[in-house]
Design a protein around this ligand. Structure first.
Ligand code: GUN
Length: 293
């Protein structure tokens, strides 16, 4: 069994990006600039956005964090988005999700300039992804592809089962794994809350990508020998033995499933750090594309 070490690979990617930034500086070019908008005080969201900003510092990017109160109106947020769209110093930005109830998420995602949409959530970019066109691939799916690629995990002709159809992970992942090319060329089954007898499906899978958010959902009895496991779950579970009072738990019963798996991602230290590395990669791409325009 091989651990797909997202922490290590993400550090390799960050080193590669740092090298690129050093070269940009040496050529007298402006370095990539990522901005993040966060609305409200959700603890997990603040942690993720904080990690994204720190990662920018680590690779030599400029970063801007825009914090808005939980009572921000849709109009105020759309004004801020307009401002970032028009700011030529900013290459790419993200609006951290979820947003408070008074804000229509679809309206917000549509307002982001697709050229700056380093999350790859705008319908233009999502459509381009589905049509194999050059675009920004959402960071978590992009990170999973990169992890499979760097470990040389065979995906062609394999049966990939995706659990969960979220717009951020499950849906794009199901499209990407079935695309022509590597990693891809998989036969894909997308499962969700209405799927009947999921064990019958997971037990036929060569590769399982679980993005459900239910701790320890996937048990050893549900998978076959030599399965490849990608665990996207990051649920906070109360734990008095931890300083923070919680621990991060994946969708997969790691102790037992890892005994049957050929490759498996740990939680934490698997997909999570890859997401951040690929957001940086998308920002670097955005910067290069702006320069060519
Ligand atoms: N919320 C959970 N994951 C993500 C992500 O990748 N991007 C944004 N913007 N919000 C998220």
């Amino acid at each position: 069994m091989t651990i797909l070490d997202g922490k290590k690979v993400s550090n390799d990617i960050k080193d590669e990006i740092t090298e690129q930034v050093t070269k940009m500086k040496a050529r007298g070019e402006r370095v990539p600039h990522l901005a993040a908008i966060i609305v409200g005080n959700d603890g997990a969201s603040l942690t993720y956005v904080g990690s994204k900003v720190r990662a920018c510092e680590r690779v030599g990017f400029e970063s801007t964090l825009v914090k808005m109160s939980s009572t921000t109106s849709e109009v105020e947020l759309l004004d801020k988005i307009k401002e970032l769209n028009n700011n030529s110093q900013i290459d790419g930005y993200i609006v951290q999700l979820p947003l408070p109830d008074q804000i229509d998420t679809q309206k917000v995602l549509l307002a982001v300039n697709p050229d700056k949409d380093v999350d790859g959530f705008h319908p233009t970019n999502f459509g381009k992804m589905a049509l194999d066109m050059t675009t920004f691939i959402p960071a978590t799916p992009f990170g999973i592809l990169e992890l499979l690629d760097r470990y040389g995990v065979e995906t062609s002709g394999k049966h990939t089962v995706v659990i969960g159809r979220s717009h951020i992970v499950g849906r794009p992942m199901s499209i990407l794994m079935g695309r022509k090319g590597f990693p891809g060329n998989s036969t894909v089954t997308l499962t969700h809350s209405h799927t009947k007898n999921i064990t019958q499906i997971t037990s036929q899978a060569d590769i399982i990508i679980s993005a459900l958010g239910v701790p320890n959902f996937l048990k050893a009895e549900m998978v076959k020998d030599d399965v490849v496991i990608i665990d996207v779950g990051i649920t906070r579970v109360a734990d008095d033995t931890k300083e923070k009072g919680y621990r991060i738990t994946g969708d997969v019963d790691f102790v037992n499933v890892s005994k049957k798996a050929s490759y498996i991602t740990p939680v934490p230290g698997g997909v999570g750090p890859m997401t951040i590395a690929m957001l940086l990669k998308n920002t670097l791409l955005a910067c290069e594309r702006h320069r060519k325009k």
